[in-house]
Design a binder for this molecule. Structure first.
Ligand code: AMP
Length: 287
């Protein structure tokens, strides 16, 4: 497994990998857990070589967010990835990604608006910009992203279609279902911010979501079901709820009832210094 931090050696190494078969990219910010490793395993199943990028992207963090506190553990991450048979880790420094004078931004309207885009202005511009750069740098045949970040996946698919990104084409952007802890909490690098007590309380998030989904699926009106969900989270010890919304799973339009569309419940809530997000299918496919 090669670990590379500069663009020229990356391009030479990729030429050799590409000669050998399909290349899959798994973009990450590091502090890897089983959720990330599930993406890597799926990538390994679909391609001859897996490239994992590890880059804590400053452009997707707003002022006052956790850029400095975000866990960084490159050596431990590389040890995990070596065991998974990853071919290459692309771990650029911020100055290599955004050299002096860097001035281009990619902004995806529509699916970026509301939800995390509403609470974190500029976040999805940062995500779209870095992912577009990663696609251009690595030119993978396919790229894998977690459904854990449902809105992010929608933004990246939209960008790939809109900008005619051919490698990977939009259809080769693959979503992988959320990997959860035994008590249902979605795995996240940010779970490390939780104290033992907060971590125990955080399990209320998926539990309250499942209860709201069961109610909505059995005919309860949406708005009061979401109000009950929010109240349950506050009762469990969450400090605040950024959003709890029912959306069309594909275009993220707001839904006030389930019907012909595939629907998704998306929630962001704060506990201690962590902002946790989760989403689940409503009225259809399980994740
Ligand atoms: P991050 O390092 O948080 O930027 O995540 C890198 C990739 O891993 C993104 O595509 C995430 O959606 C995905 N991911 C993060 N947590 C999980 C999880 N619990 N299950 C599945 N994928 C995940």
């Amino acid at each position: 497994m090669q670990t590379i931090a500069r663009l020229d050696p990356l391009r030479s190494a990729l030429a050799a990998l590409r000669a050998d078969g399909k290349v899959a990219l798994v973009p990450t910010m590091g502090a890897l857990h089983q959720g990330h490793l599930t993406l890597v395993r799926e990538a390994n199943r679909l391609a001859a070589h897996v490239v994992v990028s590890i880059f804590v992207n400053p452009r997707q963090f707003g002022a006052g967010e956790d850029l400095d506190a975000y866990p960084r553990q490159l050596e431990a991450d590389c040890a995990l990835l070596r065991k998974e048979g990853v071919s290459l880790v692309w771990a650029p420094e911020p100055a290599a990604m955004y050299p002096a004078g860097y001035s281009t931004n990619i902004s995806v309207s529509g699916v970026s608006e509301g939800l995390c885009g509403g609470d974190r202005p500029g976040h999805f511009d940062g995500v779209a910009t870095v992912v577009c750069k990663l696609f251009n740098q690595v030119m993978p045949d396919l790229a894998l992203f977690g459904e854990k970040d449902w809105q992010q996946l929608a933004v990246i698919r939209r960008m790939a279609r809109d900008l005619d990104l051919t490698r990977p084409a939009a259809r080769e952007i693959i979503g992988v279902p959320t990997v959860r802890e035994a008590d249902g909490l979605a795995m996240s690098s940010r779970n490390a911010y939780l104290s033992a007590d907060q971590r125990a309380r955080a399990a209320a998030l998926p539990q309250a979501m499942r209860e709201a989904i069961a109610a909505i699926e059995s005919g309860a009106p949406v708005a009061p079901s979401l109000d009950l969900l929010k109240a349950a989270l506050i009762e469990a010890g969450f400090a605040s709820i950024d959003y709890a919304e029912l959306r069309d799973a594909e275009n993220l339009a707001t839904l006030t009832q389930i019907g012909a569309h595939s629907a998704r419940l998306l929630v962001a809530a704060r506990i201690g210094s962590a902002r946790l997000i989760d989403n689940m299918a409503v009225g259809g496919r399980e994740d």
